[in-house]
Design a protein around this ligand. Structure first.
Ligand SMILES: NC(=O)c1ccc[n+]([C@@H]2O[C@H](COP(=O)([O-])OP(=O)(O)OC[C@H]3O[C@@H](n4cnc5c(N)ncnc54)[C@H](O)[C@@H]3O)[C@@H](O)[C@H]2O)c1
Ligand SMILES: [Zn+2]
Length: 346
């Protein structure tokens, strides 16, 4: 399956990693750096490079797994490797991994020699439906996540769904939260399909890629449309920060955040109680949490939320639902209502 992103310079291809050579046009002797981490490389590097073996020079650079790797220190190490191996602007970087490897590889590609070609081969559901699409790349700074970055498009995104077979269930569920998010913000029909069948398929992933790409492309014309991608993330970011990024997988925090935002939408008489229940039911069916199983100190939660970089005044900014598949933006949510929505997660 091929998903062509109109007005955009690259394709999203659904194919086996071993076929990647068929989809890119590179001259013989091109140097290719595959950026990955040990576990993923062990599983998929041989398959990925099989078709390049005859005429290209492939190099593997492994970084430790996890968010702590997404730093300028890692970036500098990879620059050194590229320079020592004489990589030129005509050579290529391939990201083989989840969002961490993808964001890092994209940032390195954007900045090394002011831009070198790169491809994304995402191996987590989250990366396939979210981070590999739309060209946001970057790394963390000790003072905050994703603060350093660049917009830089890959030449190609190749999605091999079979890589998800080795992904831990918790990571899969985490990606599913983002899948549900796309349906909630933009596509009622897609939501209904998920209610019928939550099995991960190429069709499901492609739908998410298209929805994200459409939102991002339209954003260039309609300012701030992109903000709806933050649905559920206002409270999710607070919960992640509140628990020191240790207690929740991102998708779990997003599931709780989406439910809280749906609750606020209902209390503002936008979303029907029936739709709220449908949302809760689907999140439960995806084995994502609908309850917070620890005591929240509301004062601490409030402090974190008011310091979030997305908050401009003391009023809280939220993406809400008008109904399933349609959003509205509110800049005037009082803290009491947010607290009420958190209380409801008990
Ligand atoms: N650029 C964007 O637009 C964007 C959007 C959303 C998220 N992100 C970023 O994405 C990152 C999170 O990405 P993620 O959820 O993919 O996490 P991740 O990259 O940390 O991967 C999760 C874990 O799964 C392992 N793994 C990956 N693929 C595997 C496979 N096929 N089999 C077995 N194990 C595998 C990884 O080694 C890691 O331990 C965050 O840094 C976030 O900021 C970026
Ligand atoms: Zn997210």
């Amino acid at each position: 399956m091929k998903v062509l992103l109109r007005d955009n310079s690259y394709d999203i291809i659904f194919a086996s990693l071993s076929e990647i050579r068929n989809y890119i046009d590179i001259p013989a002797k091109t140097k290719i750096l595959i950026l990955s981490s040990p576990k993923i490389a062990k599983l998929y590097y041989p398959k990925l490079i099989a078709s390049f073996k005859k005429d290209c020079h492939t190099f593997l650079y492994n970084l430790p797994p996890g968010e702590k790797t997404k730093t300028l220190t890692s970036v500098e190490k990879v620059y050194t490797f590229l320079i020592q191996n004489n990589f030129s602007r005509n050579d290529l970087i391939i990201a083989l991994g989840g969002g961490v490897i993808g964001d890092l590889a994209g940032f390195i590609a954007a900045t090394y020699l002011r831009g070198i070609n790169y491809l994304q081969a995402p191996t987590t559901l989250l990366a396939q439906v979210d981070s590999a699409v739309a060209g946001k790349t970057g790394v963390n700074h000790p003072l905050g996540k994703n603060l350093i970055g660049a917009c830089y498009q890959p030449r190609l995104v190749l999605i091999d769904k079979t890589t998800l077979s080795t992904l831990p269930q918790t990571e899969l569920r985490s990606g599913l939260a983002e899948v549900i998010k796309y349906a909630l913000i933009k596509d009622h029909r897609f939501f209904k399909q998920l209610e019928d069948d939550l099995t991960i398929s190429n069709k499901m992933i492609a739908k998410c890629c298209l929805l994200k790409a459409r939102i991002v492309q339209k954003d260039e014309k309609e300012n701030n449309l992109r903000i709806i991608l933050n649905f559920g993330h206002t409270i999710a970011h607070m919960l992640e920060a509140y628990t020191g990024y240790k207690r929740f997988f991102h998708g779990e925090a997003v599931a709780l955040g989406m439910l809280a935002a749906a609750y606020i939408s209902m209390k503002r008489n936008q979303l029907s109680a029936q739709d709220y229940q449908r949302i809760k039911k689907l999140i439960t069916r995806a084995n994502l949490p609908v309850k917070i199983d620890f005591k929240i100190n509301f004062q601490r939660a409030k402090k974190i939320m008011l310091h979030d970089k997305k908050v401009k005044t003391n009023k809280l900014h939220f993406v809400l639902l008008r109904r399933i598949g349609d959003t509205s933006i509110a800049n005037d949510i009082p803290w009491e209502l947010v607290q009420d929505s958190l209380q409801n997660l008990k």
